[in-house]
Design a protein around this ligand. Structure first.
Ligand code: C2E
Ligand code: CA
Ligand code: CA
Length: 684
């Protein structure tokens, strides 16, 4: 076994090292013993060999010490060689002592012999401590000593002493041997222990490093786990963010799908869904619900004249106002454009729907102040009821729409409940629209002129140009009926232009002599950009005196956008034409407007004239109007004077110009030639 041999070699090294370790003290002890022997022998007078012995002893001790020194000083010691030299020199030491003992075998001095014997025995004994570790060395010293002693006693015939010595020697050698064995075993144990400890150390180190790498690994693992966890959490966060974004997008999409972006109100899709749900609820609870279809009046003209942003603001305001009237449980939706639908559930009676329609109209007819503009609109409302009209949601919606159309036909700020006849009205209305389109193409329109007479001198002061339509299918249709349709469909623009050019032709023909001819303008026409330029073009082309032309505008123009209206009227005025405010007394016009705008004439509405002779209040109102207009330098025209009594009162109230059936109905162009311009005095 490699490890075994290495153990032995390590052991031998240990033995030899221990051997040399003892060298100093041992040799000094021997030297001391030698000196003692020298002194004792010299003292006793035995001097013939003792000096030699001592000299040799000193030399031998010197050699031994030298060997020990060499052993320790040499770096890579050849242990065996050193030990062998030491054994040889030790043997010389033993022989030196033995020789001394044998030399003096016949000593007469018993005391000295005993001394010498004791010294020998002491050396044999003491050598166990210093040499037994290396048995060769021990034997090298003690065997000569024993031999010397035994020889001395044999020579002195002391056989028993010699035998005792032999026994003692054998015993000592045995002691030395066991000491040697003990040393070896001890060393072996130490060696084994140290090997074991080394092994343990290595193991501990290994374990420690294993532990360390385990910890390291754990740490790394933990880090990896941490990192992975973080990554996962990041991914998770990412996913959550994505999900959140998706949810938002979905919500947005849902919102867009079901809500109107401008007003935030439910859109048509959601409305239909709500009506469907209301239908089911009402069926279960045996209750009523109402649909109110709200359409704004004049919204189109406001939108056209003030712009879409303004229109949007107005729609938002309207939505707000309608909402403020309703309960949380009611729905108001934007059906599109300027249309809103209100769904009112859990009604006990029809009357409740009536009330809400009334409230809504009242609220929406109040003026709106938006971006510095003070505007008035109105609303028309159509109402359908579940289950009275229908139990189908789409049908209910259509019915409310139809009812709204009919309400609109009645004028501004009206509401109507759906009725079966209404569907017929809608069909009529569509028929009218189609017929009007044909009329424009087929030149079915023509103009009539109603004379205006100056009540003070009975002379014809002018004519109002009035549009007529003779439809091949429908016959004569009143402009009061078809003009709103022209306005709603936008046909008023081409028709309006045709009117203007036809009236110019009429004036140019000279049939009106030098009198004024007034042309009715729809509010929509006034909003057309560069309208006044077109008029100037007509004037320039025809060479007509602009003073012969008057434009009639309605109050609705005034309340839409004051500044724009003012600009428009001023431009017309600059052309040299006059402006008449039509239907005065039916709307909201205040005199403050009249003072600020270039208005030359007010046309006092027929409703203020009809029956004025029998109505004191009307007389007071008209008197006030006349006084006021006179103070503002504004001319007045009285419309619809039909009876001499009415005329008498109008004249009494300082009415100046009269336009009415009493003097003349609107005349065909051909009849105007037969119209006498002077002396329209009527006998009363
Ligand atoms: P308006 O501008 O108030 O026109 C006067 C209306 O009163 C005319 O009705 C006329 O025939 C009627 N009238 C005149 N005197 C009397 C009377 O003594 N008794 C009664 N009952 N009625 C009288 P018309 O021609 O049916 O026109 C209705 C409305 O249609 C006009 O009211 C006007 O607003 C509009 N209109 C007519 N022609 C045109 C046009 O060329 N352009 C535009 N934008 N509107 C027009
Ligand atoms: Ca008129
Ligand atoms: Ca009028």
């Amino acid at each position: 076994m490699a490890s075994g041999s290495s153990h032995i070699s390590v052991l031998i090294k240990d033995q030899i090292r221990f051997l040399f370790d003892q060298a100093y003290t041992a040799n000094i002890a021997i030297l001391a013993t030698g000196i003692l022997v020298l002194v004792a022998f010299l003292y006793e007078g035995e001097s013939d060999y003792i000096v030699w012995f001592f000299s040799l002893l000193v030399v031998i001790i010197g050699l031994r010490l030298l060997l020990a020194r060499l052993f320790f000083s040499s770096e890579k010691q050849d242990f065996q060689k050193h030990a062998n030299y030491y054994v040889i020199v030790t043997m010389l030491l033993g022989i030196n002592w033995a020789y001394l003992t044998v030399y003096y075998f016949d000593l007469k001095n018993d005391e000295l012999r005993l001394f010498l014997t004791i010294v020998n025995l002491g050396l044999i004994t003491a050598a166990v401590g210093s040499l037994a570790v290396w048995m060769k060395a021990y034997l090298a010293l003690t065997l000569p000593l024993i031999a010397g002693l035994m020889l001395m006693y044999v020579l002195n015939d002391s056989i028993y002493a010699a035998l005792a010595l032999l026994l003692f020697s054998i015993f000592m050698i045995k002691v030395a041997l066991s000491s040697n064995t003990n040393f070896k075993q001890g060393r072996l144990l130490i060696e084994q222990n140290s090997q074991y400890i080394k092994k343990m150390d290595i193991e501990i180190k290994d374990r420690k490093s294993a532990q360390l790498s385990l910890e390291q690994y754990q740490l790394e693992l933990e880090n990896v786990v941490k990192e992975r966890t973080k990554e996962l959490m990041d991914i998770n966060d990412d996913l959550e963010a994505q999900i959140e974004r998706r949810r938002e997008v979905e919500q947005e999409l849902e919102y867009l799908a079901y809500y109107d972006v401008l007003t935030g109100l439910p859109n048509r899709s959601l409305l239909i869904e709500r009506i469907r749900q209301a239908t089911m609820k009402a069926k279960r609870n045996d209750s009523l619900f109402a649909l109110l279809f709200v359409d704004l009046d004049r919204f189109k003209s406001i939108n056209d004249s003030l712009g879409h942003d303004f229109g949007d603001q107005l729609i938002k305001e309207v939505a707000q106002r309608i909402k403020s009237l309703l309960r949380e449980s009611d729905t108001v939706a934007r059906n599109g454009g300027d249309e809103f639908v209100i769904l009112i559930e859990n009604l006990k009676q029809v009357r409740q729907a009536f009330n809400i329609a009334e409230k809504t109209i009242k609220k929406l007819s109040k003026h709106f102040l938006i971006a510095g503009h003070d505007v008035h609109i109105g609303a028309s409302i159509g109402i359908s009821m579940y289950p009275l009209d229908s139990v189908d949601e789409m049908e209910l919606l259509k019915m409310a729409d139809t009812a709204m159309y009919c309400a609109k036909a009645l004028g501004s700020n009206q509401f109507e409940f759906y009725s079966n006849e209404m569907s017929q009205q809608i069909r009529d209305r569509l028929e009218l629209e189609n017929a009007l389109r044909q009329a424009l193409k087929n030149n079915e329109f023509y103009m009539v002129y109603q004379p205006q007479v100056n009540a003070q001198n009975n002379q014809t002061s002018g004519f109002e140009a009035l549009l007529r339509w003779n439809s091949p299918e429908l016959g004569m249709v009143s402009p009061a009926k078809f003009i709103p349709v022209l306005e709603e469909t936008g046909m008023i623009y081409p028709v309006g232009e045709w009117v203007i050019s036809d009236v110019f032709k009429f004036i140019k023909s000279g049939k009106a002599k030098q009198t004024k001819v007034s042309i009715n303008l729809s509010a929509l026409q006034c909003a057309v950009s560069r309208f006044s330029e077109k008029i100037r073009q007509h004037i320039d082309d025809s060479g007509i005196n602009p003073k012969q032309i008057e434009f009639e505008v309605t109050e609705s123009l005034l309340i839409n956008d004051f500044r724009k209206t003012e600009k428009f009227l001023t431009e017309i005025n600059r052309l040299g034409c006059t402006i008449a405010l039509d239907d005065f007394g039916t709307g909201y016009t205040s005199f403050s407007y009249l003072a600020k705008l270039p208005i030359d004439v007010i046309k006092i509405d027929r409703s203020l004239v009809a029956g004025i002779d029998k109505n004191k209040t009307l007389q007071d109102i008209v008197r006030a109007i006349v006084t006021m207009s006179q103070s503002l330098g504004i001319e007045n025209v009285f419309e619809g004077v039909e009876t001499p009594k009415e005329l008498a009162i109008v004249k009494q109230l300082q009415g100046k110009i009269i336009q009415g059936y009493l003097f003349s109905k609107p005349l065909d162009v051909d009849d105007i030639e037969n119209w006498s311009f002077e002396d329209k005095r009527l006998v009363n």
